[in-house]
Write a protein that binds this ligand. Structure first.
Ligand SMILES: [Ca+2]
Length: 321
């Protein structure tokens, strides 16, 4: 959201009441995929459990590690999603498999294995992407991935009060890449900020604040490319609020062979919907190139606020297929 842009879509009477005097928090979860890299287990186990078409599998890692990346475990075991924050995360039982994980954060005791930019920080076991007025942050895993590989990622996020949104981003730019606050959602560009959008990139945005350029005057989940928050490759309404008390559970699957991206989301702990919210055809290599590909999350807050919204991620994992 941005009063500066002068393009705010007026919400319905109900939304006007809920938004009045409230800051916009743009939380963008961005997954950046760059470079052909063999993943090693990094941090801890995350939530929701990443899963592709095959049953989800996760290699346990040292969640509390503050040192260098731990060696990749040789054991693949069923994992119960950990409790993070106030909301109990979903529990997923997994069969034995040889699928290798890339990383898994069971909460965020510190910033190990992360590259934080802008307002991004870790606090109270959470990865806070943006907190307060007019902020933008990005967090990239220190482990990059190969965009020619299929992957699955899962994470939980929470946006305390109405705001712009959150995004999951895969980008081939750098570990310091960051977009604008407000409608930039931490990965796109907002006029007047002087901050470029992240490109090349592919983003799955969870946009809680409709702007004039957005496809609908309501909250939506969409896929965008090259940091262009005004053009949506595909979008839909989630059917639940992206902000407010409790976490949103997200699963994103990318099939490199079929060039297919699927996004699932739920407010119900441990429940992965059978049907994806959005499905689209994308070839990551054609979008981000074949170099180092970063995966991460971004978020931001708007400028019209009297309160302090917080956009945070409580757990995150990713594995290659
Ligand atoms: Ca928006």
């Amino acid at each position: 959201m941005s009063a500066r842009s002068g393009r705010i879509i007026r919400p319905s009477p109900r939304r006007q009441i809920s938004r009045r005097g409230i800051a916009g928090v743009a939380a963008v979860a961005v997954l950046a995929v760059a470079g052909a890299v063999t993943f090693s287990a990094n941090s801890a186990a995350g939530i929701p459990e990443a899963s592709l078409d095959a049953p989800p599998v996760l290699v346990l890692a040292n969640a509390a590690s503050s040192g260098p990346a731990t060696p990749e475990p040789t054991r693949v075991a069923p994992v119960s999603a950990p409790a993070v924050g106030r909301t109990r995360p979903p529990t997923v039982k997994m069969p034995m498999s040889k699928v290798a994980p890339v990383f898994s954060f069971r909460g965020f005791p510190d910033d190990a294995h992360l590259r934080l930019n802008g307002s991004a920080t870790v606090a109270d076991g959470r990865l806070v992407l943006a907190s307060g007025r007019d902020r933008a942050g990005s967090a990239w895993a220190t482990t990059t991935i190969d965009p020619s590989r299929s992957f699955s990622t899962g994470f939980t996020f929470e946006i305390s009060k109405i705001s712009d949104g959150i995004a999951f981003v895969v980008q081939g730019r750098s570990g310091t890449a960051r977009g604008s606050s407000g409608e930039g959602l931490g990965y796109g560009a907002r006029p007047g900020t002087g901050r470029p959008r992240i490109r090349p990139s592919l983003a799955v945005e969870f946009d809680a604040w409709p702007n004039a350029f957005d496809p609908v005057d309501r909250q939506h989940v969409a896929v965008t490319r090259n940091g262009d928050v005004t053009r949506h490759l595909v979008w839909t309404e989630p059917g639940f609020s992206l902000y407010g008390r409790g976490v949103v559970n997200v699963w994103i699957d990318y099939d490199a062979r079929m060039h297919r991206l699927r996004v699932y989301a739920s407010r119900k702990s441990g429940f992965r919907p059978a049907e994806p919210l959005v499905t689209t055809s994308v070839d990551l290599r054609r979008i981000v190139g074949t170099g180092q590909t970063h995966v991460g999350l971004t978020g931001g807050t708007g400028i019209t606020t009297v309160a302090d919204p917080v956009a945070a991620v409580t757990a995150w994992n990713l594995k290659l297929r």
